[in-house]
Design a protein around this ligand. Structure first.
Ligand code: SF4
Ligand code: SF4
Length: 186
């Protein structure tokens, strides 16, 4: 290729490259802007997004499988009673430790704990990152007082287990409150 041919070839390549870039620019100019003005505008999340948990109290039997599966032992569960009469009186997650791995949800046989789409975790202190999922107003009086239902007492007596029934369950080797377990906040 002669010098003249190479020179003309360069001009041609330059023109084609510029036209290609211009084509993209003109095409995009016709699109609507997709930038969201956060925080004024909600940015939304995808369907698979793992946000703060959603606890379905009516489905939970307090079996503790979720807490056992949690790799950072940040789930605290307390329940009163046994078997079908049991009621979960406390379900809490320490979000200073939670990895949003979803293993707890996978472990739950009743879909009682699921990953939600809410991701606002604003807090003024680490204590505020401990989220309680069971409100006292949801609990019957007998559960609040720690007493066991009569039917439950009978079951316990039959089994020779006496009438004790308040049970706390957390991840393996952890205390009832994850904040007091090793590596907890504060
Ligand atoms: S999402 Fe993971 S780290 Fe968080 S509570 Fe569930 S199992 Fe534990
Ligand atoms: S595994 Fe499910 S049913 Fe069992 S304590 Fe956890 S949330 Fe409740």
């Amino acid at each position: 290729m002669s010098v003249i041919q190479a020179y003309l070839r360069d001009i041609y390549d330059c023109y084609v490259t510029a036209m290609k870039g211009l084509h993209v620019t003109i095409k995009v100019m016709a699109d609507k802007p997709f930038t969201k003005q956060y925080p004024e505008e909600d940015t939304g999340v995808t369907a698979q997004f793992r946000g703060l948990h959603v606890f379905h109290h009516d489905k939970c039997n307090g079996c503790g499988l979720c807490a056992k599966r949690c790799p950072v032992e940040c789930i605290a569960i307390e329940k009163v009673g046994k078997g079908k009469t049991a009621i979960v009186t406390r379900y809490a997650i320490d979000y200073t430790k939670c990895l949003f791995c979803s293993l707890c949800c996978e472990a739950c046989p009743h879909d009682a704990i699921t990953m939600g789409h809410d991701w606002y975790l604003e807090a003024a202190s680490r204590d505020e990152c401990m989220r309680e999922f069971v409100a006292e107003s949801e609990l019957p009086e007998w559960a609040l007082s720690g007493e066991v239902k009569e039917s439950e007492k009978k079951d316990g007596e039959k089994a020779g287990a006496g009438s004790a029934a308040a049970t706390a369950t957390t991840g393996a080797g952890a205390s009832a409150d994850p904040k007091t377990s090793a590596g907890g906040p504060g």
